[in-house]
Each structure stands twice: as C-alpha cells, then as structure tokens.
Design a protein around this ligand. Structure first.
Ligand SMILES: Nc1ncnc2c1ncn2[C@@H]1O[C@H](COP(=O)(O)OP(=O)(O)OP(=O)(O)O)[C@@H](O)[C@H]1O
Ligand SMILES: [Mg+2]
Length: 237
C-alpha cells in the first residue's frame, strides 16, 4: 500500500543552520501518527517544510502519488493537505464564521462550504453559538476549535496539527484529544505534533521522537510508551 504521506531523508533549515536533518517518516491512510520532542527539536519546521512554507535542502516529500517537495503551499492545500498551525494563527478581528470561511475558500471545497460549516458547528456547538464573535475575544480552547474547524473546511485528507493542546486547561486538553480521536475515527488522517507525549502516543498508532533536528526513536506507540529512553526524557519516570 502506498503511504498517504512519505518523507525521505528530508533536511531543511534557516540561514544555513539545519533544523531538520535527514528525517524520514510515513503515514498511511486513516492513521494518526505522532511526532513528539522538546522545544526547538524541529517539530514546527517539519510541518512547515511539508506544507511548502520552509524550503527543503535535500530529500523528498510525497503526498498520495504526487511529489510535493518543491510545491507551493497553495498547491499543497488544494491537494487536501491542511494544517492547524502552531499558535492557532487566527484573524482576531474577524468573526468565528469568517475565520472558518477562509479555510473553505479553496477550489476543492468552496462548493460545499455550507455543508462543511454545518459539520464544523456539529463538531463544535460552542462555535455555532459564537459564530458572530470576534475570534480574538474567544478563550484559548475556543480559538483552538476555530483553528481545527478552519482546517476541516478545506475537506482535507490529512491534517497536520502543531501542538493543539498547548496552553489549554486540563479539561480542555482532554476534550481536544477526544475531538482529534473522533476525527480520526471518522476517517481523517492526522499528523499530530505534540509535547504532550502520553496523550498523543495514546491516540496515535505510531510515533517518531525528534531531538536536535533528527529522528532518534520511532515505532509503534505502545512500544514507545514502554521505552525507557522516552519514559526518562519525556514522562519523568
Ligand atoms: N524562522 C526561523 N528563523 C531562524 N531559525 C528558526 C526559525 N524557526 C525556527 N528556527 C530554529 O529552528 C529550530 C527548530 O525550531 P522549531 O520551531 O521547528 O522547533 P519545535 O520543535 O517546533 O519547538 P517548540 O516545541 O518550541 O515549538 C530552533 O533552533 C529554532 O530556533
Ligand atoms: Mg513548534
């Protein structure tokens, strides 16, 4: 079976300093794959390089059967690869609904914008109640719902989520992970970047540990949760 996403020996960086070194990763259709690692490990750079926002210096990125290594971000979005960026990146002075509609402006999804909006409101009833509220005045958890909803408006096949639980209260974190699990059960493939190692590995089938720009451990989530190196470094055990 061809993986949905296949990354081979990918390197990328900023001003000559490498932030990703020969990273290889695969994600099969229907899978949730976790990428975990500490601050500055290269997690956001990985997502931004896949999304065509940071140029790679070597390696390949394949999405379905397309080589997207050199593709522009807008082309990649049209293929059905969406992202929930680090820090949400909403337009604070636009309403919830307008922020969501921006995610639905692609050719691939604009004809079904209404149905997609209803689907997002079904998933997050709180956003329907607050559809006219300015996004900048929402709570952190509500803003994260908008960021996820905006990605879903593009009818993606794969969503890359960059630390969706960051800065949320424990109850909100639980809810967010439950929502991500539900989206996966409904058929969405997910690349989940997290510092919340236990929760994200519990959700994912497989995981990769990034340290200093390199993949240092990879495997099935159940094995990673038992791995002494991971327990010591990330779980404080
Ligand atoms: N725009 C940029 N210009 C220069 N260096 C950058 C830029 N963005 C990231 N870096 C550097 O690349 C390295 C990896 O950063 P990255 O943001 O990918 O890490 P991360 O794993 O997402 O960390 P965090 O968990 O803190 O979000 C860091 O050393 C960072 O300083
Ligand atoms: Mg980051």
């Amino acid at each position: 079976m061809t993986p949905l996403l296949s990354i081979k020996n990918l390197s990328a960086g900023y001003h000559g300093a490498l932030a990703l070194i020969k990273v290889s990763l695969t994600l099969n259709e229907g899978e949730t794959v976790a990428v975990v690692g500490g601050n500055g490990a290269g997690k956001t750079t990985l997502i931004r390089t896949i999304a065509g926002m940071v140029p790679s210096t070597c390696g390949e990125i394949w999405f379905q059967n397309a080589d997207i290594t050199q593709a522009r971000n807008d082309v990649i979005c049209e293929l059905g690869l969406a992202q929930v960026p680090e820090g949400r990146q909403l337009f604070p002075d636009l309403s919830v609904e307008d922020n969501l509609n921006l995610g639905g402006a692609l050719k691939r999804s604009r004809h079904s914008r209404r149905q997609n909006l209803e689907r997002v409101f079904g998933l997050f009833p709180r956003l329907q109640e607050r559809r006219r509220q300015m996004a900048g005045t929402l709570s952190g958890g509500e803003q994260q719902m908008v960021a996820i909803g905006r990605a879903l408006m593009a009818e993606p096949k794969l969503v890359m989520m960059d630390e969706p639980s960051l800065g949320l209260s424990p109850i909100m974190v639980e809810m967010m992970f439950e929502t991500i699990a539900q989206l996966n059960r409904d058929g969405l493939s997910i690349l989940l970047v997290e510092q919340n190692v236990t929760e994200s590995l519990a959700l994912a089938t497989r995981g990769y540990v990034l340290e200093n720009a390199e993949v240092v451990i990879e495997g099935r989530s159940a094995d990673l949760l038992k791995d002494d190196r991971i327990r010591r470094a990330y779980l404080g055990l």
